[in-house]
Design a binder for this molecule. Structure first.
Ligand code: GLU
Length: 910
């Protein structure tokens, strides 16, 4: 099987090569004016010539036409130069010479062709071109054109008109028409348009004269390059109103921008030979558009179309009418007496046959003039150019009962075409519908790309079938074989006509396929988990104040307490009578002992108060100041406490690509992207050190590269992983996974487009449709639907994230520990005090420690009473009465003064 295929292949190849060798090479010469027009939408003569030869070569197998071209300046360089160019073409064995444009040069070329028996093809207006047998002029003959012009004038029944002519050639062109008009008694005024030697021609003077003359009908004859300016200046002088009628003799009226005059209501009429509805026009224009996609069909000039027609007719004649195999090619030069002996034959065949080409019927009369052609009568209306009638030699002028709008059907219209569209299951561009019903075909899918193709199909009228690329590979170039994988490869191989997904337009891919205008703009960025939070500090309740503030508060507390103690001892008012009933007490007491002073200060600090109250003015003043300080401090503390407790300490591992590369090793961060995607491709071969590091990492850690975005997102969610992703996809994921966020800005700027085979004719149509969707807001709406609304969109916008988190116990645990710590301290202190008091009892009352301990234990265990016997010195009789009165005894050990009733358990119970 293999062997058979190989044999077939070699036989086919060798047949093809043999055929190529067998093809007879015929040289077609052209003398064309160098084009200064940089407008890519216009076809130059040279381009048209080459394209037409290309078309012919694809059609014929016996002969191979080769273009030999000489370029001439826009201005004639005289007969010598023309002779040199013609001779150069003759010496290169050109069988036919096309051109030149310049009338002065035409004569020289014509005479050389005649002398050497070469066919000479002209495609422009010349007054008389029948003198030489070898000349074939495809331009409608002057006499027939005049006849057409005159028919139009007769139809309008003009009684007078003014002719604006540009140069000698134009007055020559109109000479016959003027004679005919005069014979009909029409008053004719003739005015030359161009005046002055300025760079910009000033036609206004002539045009103003015309306004003043009161004339309403005008014939304009000028080069098409100047026509727009003439009309603009006519508008400036007020000639573009419904009162005025213009008849344009140039056959290219439809190729200039007439929009400024569309609504002027002036009657502008002209003729054209190039019918945009002609089938041949579409066929040829289609072939040209394949090679020059930016070419604007509407700007196709008559002379360019005639050149393409001429090449087509000449190549047909050479191929069909001459026996090519036996054709004897004589080696001729300009100076030798030898001649080709084919020129007249070719010219004869052309002039005696009929052809249907872009400019319609091509036929020559007995004199060798192009005749029997059709002309359209066209008129400028508010909708643009409309065809209002036709003219031909046999039927004359036939006006249409209705205007035919000049709608040029695009030969590459997508209407009724069916495209195979390849895509892959990447959210949200293409996803399987979530339904329990079994679906088939296109119905199985939904998503942004699916909707986009659907909208485009509605706009352009095409059909489509989706094909799924299971491995989700968008397309990568194999550096050794140069072959493309993924969807790009599928488009190149013809598996699909279009590819759509998150397909990035890259320079490399642009070389292999064509892309539409981008339908989305984006750049590479990083997707990773939001920064983690550090556990709150143990003493976070202390955070509202800095350490020195706390120290100052503690100091202030100590100073104020001591001040209280000292001031109250000095202040006489603070020494009070303990028994107000006793007028002259034996002693006075002061409530602010050192410990009470501290207690008082702490009571106010904690805003709890004590039963102590300063009496003297100085002590009250100190208390007032202390309260004021507390007021401010406590208010400030309370105000900021909640915020400080709620504030989470974030742990940020990196913020952008630079910090990621700086820290990834130290912090153990893994990095990755979609394998073989545009993002991986972006890092490859970059000069920037940071990108080089990332590219190296990606190369060395293939395990961190993922097959599709979903896997990358999963890794980013669960691991310490930074996923390089395209911003628009990051936006999609962060709407759905609130724990993820984008880090840093965009590393580049690019877009997604629809891919198709190189030089696809439908690129422009699809791009235009996408741009229309963009400007109408349809694309934006689609994006909002799939990003923010469907499939869980909008989850992380304004959600719980923005709310202040509830304080959990970790935020306030320090307070609990302080309280517990304080309580434990108190327990130690009480124990200490207890044992100290036992020692004191032993010392003072000679009570043995064991006994004192037992007494205390009894009192402690008796939970029903809050009274316990006061300690007393042990009497020798061993009396243990605790209820009896004693003068010198009280349990505080205070000095005995006056009568102090002894409190007993019974009195208290009462
Ligand atoms: N849009 C990329 C591409 O066309 C795929 C995703 C990526 O590389 O981040 O290859």
């Amino acid at each position: 099987m293999w062997c058979f295929s190989l044999i077939v292949f070699f036989v086919t190849c060798s047949q093809f090569l043999a055929q190529e060798e067998d093809r007879k090479e015929i040289f077609l010469g052209g003398i064309f004016t160098e084009s200064s027009d940089l407008d890519d939408s216009v076809l130059t003569d040279e381009e048209a010539f080459n394209f037409a030869i290309d078309i012919a070569n694809r059609e014929y197998t016996d002969v191979k036409f080769t273009a030999v071209i000489e370029e001439s300046d826009a201005r004639s360089n005289g007969p010598f130069d023309s002779r040199l160019k013609s001779c150069s073409l003759v010496n290169q064995q050109a069988l036919v010479i096309f051109g030149p444009k310049n009338e002065e040069e035409i004569d020289i070329v014509q005479s050389i062709c005649d002398y050497k028996d070469l066919a000479h093809v002209i495609t422009r207006w010349v007054y008389n071109s029948a003198d030489y047998r070898s000349v074939i002029n495809f331009y409608p003959h002057s006499a027939y054109l005049t006849s057409a012009y005159f028919s139009v004038l007769m139809l309008w029944e003009w009684k007078s008109f003014t002719v604006f002519y540009e140069d000698d050639e134009s007055i020559l062109r109109l000479a016959d028409l003027l004679n005919l008009a005069k014979n009909e008694g029409i008053i004719v005024t003739v005015k030359q348009l161009y005046e002055g030697l300025n760079e910009t021609p000033v036609y206004r003077t002539t045009l103003k004269e015309a306004v003043r003359s009161g004339e309403k009908n005008f014939i304009i004859d000028c080069k098409i390059e100047n026509l727009e300016e003439v009309l603009i200046q006519a508008q400036q002088v007020g000639l573009m109103t419904s009162d005025y009628n213009f008849f344009i003799t140039n056959l290219d009226l439809q190729t200039i921008d007439l929009e400024p005059f569309q609504y002027s209501e002036a009657n502008i009429t002209g003729l054209r030979i190039l019918d945009p509805l002609n089938e041949m026009f579409h066929v040829k224009a289609g072939a040209i558009l394949r090679q020059k996609p930016n070419f604007n069909l509407m700007k196709m000039r008559t002379e360019t179309a005639l050149l393409i027609d001429a090449v087509s007719v000449i190549t047909q004649v050479i191929n069909r009418k001459l026996s090519i195999k036996d054709m004897e090619m004589v080696d001729i030069t300009c100076n030798s007496p030898k001649s080709s002996r084919h020129g007249y034959t070719i010219a004869n065949h052309v002039k005696t046959s009929k052809y249907d080409e872009m400019t319609g019927r091509i036929e020559f009369d007995g004199n060798g003039f192009r005749s029997n052609f059709n002309l359209d009568i066209i008129e400028l209306t508010q909708e643009g150019i409309s065809k209002i009638g036709t003219w031909n030699m046999s039927k004359g002028l036939v006006m249409l009962s209705h205007k035919v709008e000049d709608v040029v059907e695009d030969p590459f219209s997508l209407r009724n075409k069916t495209f195979k569209v390849i895509t892959c299951l990447t959210d949200p561009y293409c996803m399987l519908k979530e339904t329990s019903i079994q679906l088939f075909g296109n119905d199985r899918f939904e998503g942004f790309a699916i909707d986009l193709i659907h909208e485009l199909s509605l706009m352009e009228g095409f059909n489509y079938t989706f094909i799924l690329r299971e491995d989700k590979q968008n397309g990568d170039k194999n550096q050794s074989t140069g072959e493309w994988s993924g969807m790009i490869g599928d488009v190149i191989d013809g598996v699909a006509d279009l590819a759509i997904a998150d397909l990035t337009i890259t320079a490399g891919r642009e070389e292999a396929v064509d892309f539409t205008s981008p339908f989305m703009n984006l750049g590479i960025s990083i997707l990773a988990q939001k920064p983690g939070t550090a556990p709150p500090s143990f003493f976070s309740f202390a955070d509202p104040f800095a350490l020195d503030t706390w120290i100052m508060i503690a100091l202030a507390y100590a100073v104020v307490s001591v001040s209280f103690f000292i001031l109250s001892r000095i202040c006489p008012d603070e020494w009070t009578n303990p028994y107000p009933c006793v007028e002259e007490p034996e002693f006075l007491i002061n409530q602010f002992s050192l410990s009470n002073s501290f207690w008082y200060a702490v009571g106010s600090l904690m805003q709890q108060g004590t039963e102590l109250a300063p009496i003297g003015v100085p002590t009250r003043m100190v208390a007032g100041m202390w309260w004021f300080l507390i007021l401010i401090m406590v208010s400030s503390y309370t105000a900021s406490l909640a915020a400080f407790l709620a504030n989470e300490n974030t742990i940020t591992l990196f913020t952008d690509v630079d910090t990621l590369v700086e820290n990834y090793q130290e912090k153990g961060i893994r990095m990755g992207a979609k394998a073989k995607g545009a993002t991986e491709g972006f890092f490859r071969g970059k000069d920037r050190e940071v990108y080089k590091t990332i590219a190296k990492y990606m190369e060395e850690h293939r395990e961190d590269m993922v097959g599709d975005n979903k896997d990358g997102v999963k890794l980013a969610k669960t691991e310490n992983y930074a996923f390089f992703m395209e911003s628009i996809s990051i936006e999609y994921e962060t709407q759905r996974h609130c724990e993820l966020q984008q880090y840093g800005g965009l590393l580049d700027d690019k877009g997604y487009g629809i891919a198709m085979r190189k030089n696809s004719t439908y690129r422009k149509t699809l791009s235009t449709a996408i741009l229309k969707m963009q400007s109408s807001g349809q694309l934006d709406k689609l994006k909002r639907t799939w990003w923010e609304e469907k499939r869980g969109g909008g989850q992380c916008v304004g959600g719980g994230d923005d709310e202040t988190p509830a304080l959990d116990v970790r935020n306030v645990e320090g307070v609990f520990y302080v309280t517990i710590g304080g309580t434990i301290c108190a327990i130690f202190l009480v124990l200490l005090e207890f044992f100290a008091s036992l020692l004191k009892l032993k010392k003072k009352y000679k009570i043995p420690i064991r006994e004192a301990l037992n007494n205390e234990k009894k009192a402690f265990i008796d939970f029903s009473s809050n009274v316990k016997p006061a300690p007393k010195a042990k009497s020798k009789s061993g009396s243990k009465s605790s209820g009896e009165s004693g003068k010198t005894n009280n349990n505080t050990g205070a000095p005995t003064y006056g009568f102090i009733p002894t409190i007993t358990k019974d009195t208290l119970d009462e």
